[in-house]
Ligand binder design. Structure first.
Ligand code: FES
Ligand code: FES
Length: 172
């Protein structure tokens, strides 16, 4: 049995027929080739599969595709126009908030949602809000700095920056 769904993914309306057991992350990766939503555990532990659903950060391995019917989903691929970096992505770049990058899409999208709810979070709040996103590489220190830098950038009105014209000297 397959169930019809309609949802908006990265501002594009998508119609599909899916098996009721299909996870949202499987639909995004397998049907739409949006592989930025990573699968680390499939048990709601790691946060690598985090996407925005109607503006809320959700773990897409814990949601069935049919549950996302009618919603608006943003994956890391749709966070900023092609060829640009969202201010949160830019902050992770500038502050070395990643190493292998496996956790990064989830970290970035969780940060976007966090900063909508709390534009000027304390370090304690950042660590608390991101505790559903596991990073095996960085020790979290630079991730916290990235979130703090992103908060400042967004407060100053930053918008997505062209990736290719970014001054390499800004990278530290
Ligand atoms: Fe979804 Fe780990 S893959 S939380
Ligand atoms: Fe490797 Fe976070 S950068 S898991």
């Amino acid at each position: 049995m397959r169930v019809p769904i309609t949802l908006t993914v990265n501002s594009v309306e998508r119609r599909a027929e899916v098996e009721p057991r299909t996870l949202l992350v499987q639909y995004l990766r397998n049907e739409l080739a949006l592989t930025g939503a990573h699968i680390g555990c499939e048990t709601s532990q790691c946060g690598a599969c985090t996407v925005l659903m109607d503006g809320q950060a959700v773990k897409s391995c814990t949601i069935l595709a049919v549950q996302a019917d009618g919603s608006s989903v943003t994956t890391i691929e749709g966070l900023a126009p092609v060829g640009t970096l969202h201010p949160v992505q830019q902050a992770f770049w500038n502050e070395h908030g990643l190493q292998c990058g496996f956790c990064t899409p989830g970290m970035v999208l969780s940060t976007v949602a966090l900063l909508v709810d709390d534009p000027d979070p304390s370090e304690e709040s950042i660590r608390h809000e991101l505790d559903g996103n596991i990073c095996r590489c960085t020790g979290y220190h630079n991730i916290v700095r990235s979130v703090q830098t992103a908060a400042k950038s967004l407060a100053a009105g930053a918008t997505p920056e062209p990736l290719l014209s970014r001054d390499p000297a800004q990278a530290r």
